[in-house]
Write a protein that binds this ligand. Structure first.
Ligand code: TLP
Length: 343
């Protein structure tokens, strides 16, 4: 896909020469013994960034979410998530398979579920009902096009969770984007969650890797499930080194990706083939809802034939994601392609 302007996802980013150099230079050890100095450094660094006691390096976002769900719950419990949450839609029903829990889904508005909706979804206490154990939020929210979860609503949900003795998990695969765009610190977001998943392999440009953060006791228990799920890794400092490079160099620059998404959306909003909700273009994604006769597949094929890659999204939409491997120039080229093909 080298010759394409690849807007399918920020997961397609490749390690830069500087990041490859950090990988090359990494000191390593056996991380299952806890002896990889570079992994230990990454975990320490990231836990401090979030103001939490500990962090654990995991191979993927899905594994991070699922290890957290497993650590928080018992079989027969229920977790709450929005109906479009990655945890619910894109993780192969893993909460049912790996943790034996059901998911009570809530309709979201632009990625947001409210404390009021959640309150209504919490099960009353009765021996024949599942126990509502965990509330999962997603920030930024992928299926709504990278929208930011408002901090005021997070605070209300946190207060409710405290009252009800329910834990809070954040799928923060792209929390970095939310923090940069909203100017709210990672620590402030982290205050309201018992566990957070963050990814290195999306907008931050690392080839692989995610972390979960939480208190030390939680992370110690999570380590057991990481191993159980096959995520115990050995001389993985070569990947942690990429992660350290990513968090030290590639967070603030996400603002550029947000500008690229804005430019794409603003330039293409006049096309009649699509509807773009500009208010939802808050970070590095643009959702184009197809509002003319043309099929989703045809739109994607035409774009591909002209060198631009996007992905299908639900509700007859297509999704563009900006990232560090597409330049402003590439965005302008993609805009010309759109304008040439579509009305
Ligand atoms: N998201 C991918 C696809 O799976 C949709 C993408 O291209 O956006 N949480 C969120 C919010 C995510 O968007 C993703 C990946 C994950 C978790 C899972 O991360 P990985 O792919 O590392 O397991």
């Amino acid at each position: 896909m080298n010759n394409y302007i690849d807007l399918r996802s920020d997961t397609v980013t490749k390690p830069s020469p500087e990041m490859r150099n950090a990988i090359f230079e990494a000191e390593v050890g056996d991380d299952v013994y806890g002896e990889d100095p570079t992994v230990n450094l990454l975990q320490k660094k990231v836990s401090e960034m979030f103001g939490k006691e500990a962090a654990l390096f995991v191979p993927s976002g899905v594994m991070g979410n699922q290890v957290c769900i497993k650590t928080h719950t018992n079989p027969g419990d229920e977790i709450i998530a929005d109906v479009d949450a990655h945890i619910f839609v894109y993780e192969n029903a893993a909460p049912a398979v790996l943790s034996g829990v059901s998911i009570k889904t809530i309709q979201n508005q632009n990625g947001v579920i409210t404390a009021e909706q959640i309150k209504a979804a919490i099960r009353p206490k009765a021996y024949y009902l599942p126990v509502t154990r965990l509330i999962c939020l997603e920030n930024t929210h992928g299926r709504s096009g990278g929208t930011i979860f408002p901090i005021d609503e997070i605070r209300k949900i946190y207060n409710l969770a405290k009252e009800e003795n329910i834990k809070m998990h954040l799928d923060g695969a792209r929390l970095w984007n939310a923090a940069v765009a909203s100017d709210i610190s990672l620590k402030e977001y982290a205050k309201y969650f018992d566990s957070i998943l963050v990814c290195l392999s999306k907008g931050l440009g690392a080839p692989i890797g995610s972390l979960i953060v939480g208190d030390s006791e939680f992370i110690e228990r999570a380590r057991v499930y990481r191993k159980m799920f096959g995520g115990g890794m050995r001389q993985v400092g070569i990947l942690a080194a990429a992660g350290i490079y990513a968090v030290e160099n590639n967070i603030q620059r996400l603002a550029e990706d947000h500008l690229k998404a804005k430019r794409l959306a603003e330039e293409l909003q006049s096309l009649k083939t699509f509807y773009i909700n500009l208010q939802n273009v808050q970070t590095n994604m643009v959702i184009f809802k197809i509002v003319s006769e043309i099929s989703q597949q045809e739109v994607l094929e035409k774009l591909k034939a002209n060198g631009v890659l996007l992905t299908p999204e639900h509700h007859n939409s297509i999704r563009a994601v900006t990232h560090l491997d597409v330049t402003f120039d590439d965005i302008d080229k993609a805009i010309s392609v759109f304008k040439r093909i579509f009305k």
